[in-house]
Ligand binder design. Structure first.
Ligand SMILES: Cc1cc2nc3c(=O)[nH]c(=O)nc-3n(C[C@H](O)[C@H](O)[C@H](O)COP(=O)(O)O)c2cc1C
Ligand SMILES: [Mn+2]
Length: 489
């Protein structure tokens, strides 16, 4: 059984000593960010701001800002357990004979049980406001000094693909323009933006319906961040992660469904012919994203629980909470990468690489040029297409250890020979790119070079002491340590 809702998870955090309750009045303008930033960098607890200045609603930050809390959220001891479950579903082979077919049935039934489930009533609609509503009611953060205003930072933005009718859930920040109007910052290559363009192609002056849910049980709240393929329902994957279907309730004024257990829901529309300046925003790159033109979300109705919690997060100089989200997603989707590219041994995205700037991939190379094939694979794999620098190393490099990577990768390259540049789509937030959304990427082949790859010399072995000598020294080590004194080593 997954967590019922956000407050259920918050209670569990409290029981596990993973919640800091702040009863002093704190301003959602800058102060909540400053406190959250300090706490996440110290690997501190999730934070409940009980008295956010200017609002009666408490705010929650840093909900998943550590690996331990991410594991609590997904009810596992290690993230590998979720990866293992993903693997076991991918590993379904064509059954041979009746017995294997029978054995497969429970697995198939289990998949069926993860599909979102329609329910009639949801706590998210305890209060329905179609008039006299305003976003001012909620403790929405202004995160950093140069931000263009307040931003809703952890929404689940729900739209329907006008071509296929399929649902998408994306987490796209929303700048508050006034009590009923926000920006809709879906970046060019994201699924919400694709729905917008599809609809606009049919009817440039029309509109699309949008629902925004804020706060839910943690696996559902993560739905908007999951990089699943277009037209795959993120809520199905949330159901898989929580081992319980996401319950959805029909919105009051738009033809969309939202998680019944959500804290707050904004229903409304985006006009297809309308753009407005959005930004600046202190972003997850650690720099401000400057102003840009983005669509506008008009709120027609707000529903919420009787006493809602406002779930939000901050991004900024790494590491922040989004690092732990991204890391979990990287671990969970590893089996999918490995299924398509079995030579991949491990992948790492260090926090300072802010996801889109650096991916280190270890492969078991078995034919010439394979490292370069993997770079191209990464650049065509969903949102990994944005990766500015891909470093491919051999299987015996521990990619989780950045020091080892710097040491071994730099020893393995002849830069002119081993670095390649390609052009393609880059992240909207990349402020160094020559054009927004378009620029170059770099691949570094830091694997051992083979004669078949034109390497004329003999690749040296890595230095390692032989076991017999180590064993002999182990035996006299205690005695030596006395002579060497209390110093370390
Ligand atoms: C805290 C946070 C804020 C985000 N803000 C944005 C944003 O403003 N715009 C955007 O395009 N992606 C943003 N993302 C990344 C998307 O949520 C992510 O790429 C997601 O997979 C998009 O869903 P989609 O593939 O269905 O479009 C954010 C992610 C996090 C964790
Ligand atoms: Mn999507």
């Amino acid at each position: 059984m997954g967590y019922r809702d956000l407050r259920d998870f918050v209670r569990t955090l409290e029981k596990n000593d993973e919640l800091g309750k702040i009863s002093a009045e704190v301003d959602p303008v800058l102060e909540i960010t400053e406190i959250t930033d300090r706490v996440v960098k110290a690997r501190g607890p999730a934070l409940l701001f009980e008295r956010a200045k200017g609002s009666k609603i408490p705010a929650v930050t840093n909900l998943l800002g550590s690996e331990r809390r991410m594991c609590l959220a997904l009810e596992v001891d290690t993230l590998d357990e979720v990866a293992e479950r993903v693997h076991s579903f991918l590993d379904v082979k064509s059954p041979q004979g009746i017995l294997e077919k029978v054995k497969m049935l429970p697995k198939l039934a289990e998949i069926g049980s993860f599909f979102p489930k329609a329910v009639r009533n949801g706590a998210c609609q305890e209060v329905v406001r179609t008039e006299n509503f305003s976003l001012d009611y909620f403790p929405i953060l202004k995160c950093w000094p140069q931000d263009g205003g307040r931003y809703i930072t952890w929404p689940m933005v729900i739209t329907r693909n006008p071509e296929t009718g399929k649902r998408n859930v994306g987490c796209y920040r929303m700048q508050v323009y006034d009590g009923r109007t926000t920006g809709m910052h879906w970046q060019t290559q994201k699924h919400g933006a694709e729905h917008f363009r599809n609809a606009r192609a049919k009817n440039p002056q029309g509109k699309i319906e949008v629902a925004v849910a804020i706060g839910a049980d943690p696996a559902t709240a993560l739905a908007g961040i999951l990089p699943v393929p277009p037209d795959m329902d993120e809520f199905l994957f949330s159901g898989f992660m929580r081992r319980d279907p996401v319950e959805l309730v029909q919105c009051k004024t738009v033809d969309l469904e939202v998680p019944a257990n959500a804290e707050i829901v904004l229903e409304g529309h985006v006009n297809l012919g309308e753009m407005r300046t959005e930004g600046p925003f202190g972003d997850h790159t650690g720099f401000y994203s400057l102003e840009g033109e983005f669509p506008v979300f008009h709120i027609d109705c707000i529903t919420h629980r009787k006493e809602p919690l406002y779930l939000t997060t901050i991004v900024g100089p790494p590491p922040q909470e989004d690092y732990f989200m991204g890391h979990a997603i990287e671990r969970i989707f590893m089996p999918v990468m490995k299924m398509q590219y079995p030579e991949i041994v491990d992948v790492a995205m260090p926090a300072e690489g802010i996801f889109q700037n650096l991916m280190i991939v270890a492969i078991r190379k078995s034919y010439p040029g394979q490292a370069r094939k993997i770079m191209n694979a990464i650049w065509s794999l969903g949102q990994a297409m944005f990766t500015k620098v891909v470093v491919v190393v051999d299987h015996d490099v521990n990619v989780q250890d950045s020091r080892e990577v710097v040491w071994k990768a730099l020893c393995a390259i002849d830069p002119e020979r081993d670095i390649q540049f390609v052009m393609g789509p880059v992240d909207t937030l990349d402020h160094a790119a020559r054009r927004q959304d378009y620029g170059s990427k770099m691949g570094v082949d830091a694997t051992r070079k083979w004669p078949e790859e034109g390497y004329a010399g003999r690749w040296p072995d890595e230095i390692k002491m032989d076991d017999a000598t180590k064993h002999r020294v182990d035996k006299i080590w205690q005695q030596l340590k006395r002579v060497l004194g209390p110093k370390k080593n």
